[in-house]
Design a protein around this ligand. Structure first.
Ligand SMILES: [Zn+2]
Length: 98
């Protein structure tokens, strides 16, 4: 009987420990997702048809933080400001590139 109580005691402790570990892993996950959301690499240069930011001329391979669709094509921009600039006169920027 004494052995059973001791065994139960250790099972309870190890169960509590493994529970703590699981909680720690779950707590870490949202933080990792948050940091990947902040990372501008969520947009890949191969996802867009332009190789340079139309508004500022920066290569999109340096980092895309915003994209927009124009005539069924995706265009990447380094910033929301550059995207807004392109969206004012997309035809003008596209004509200048051709
Ligand atoms: Zn730009």
């Amino acid at each position: 009987m004494k052995n059973t109580i001791i065994a139960l005691y250790f099972i309870t402790i190890s169960f509590a420990c493994s529970n703590n570990k699981q909680n720690a892993v779950v707590e870490n996950k949202p933080a990792e997702m948050e940091s990947s959301m902040d990372n501008h690499s969520q947009f890949k240069p191969e996802m867009v048809v332009n190789t340079t930011d139309f508004a500022c001329g920066m290569p999109v391979s340096a980092g895309i933080s915003d994209t927009c669709h124009y005539e069924d094509k995706a265009y990447g921009f380094c910033s929301a400001e550059c995207k807004a600039e392109f969206q004012k006169e997309p035809a003008k920027y596209l004509a200048a590139k051709q």
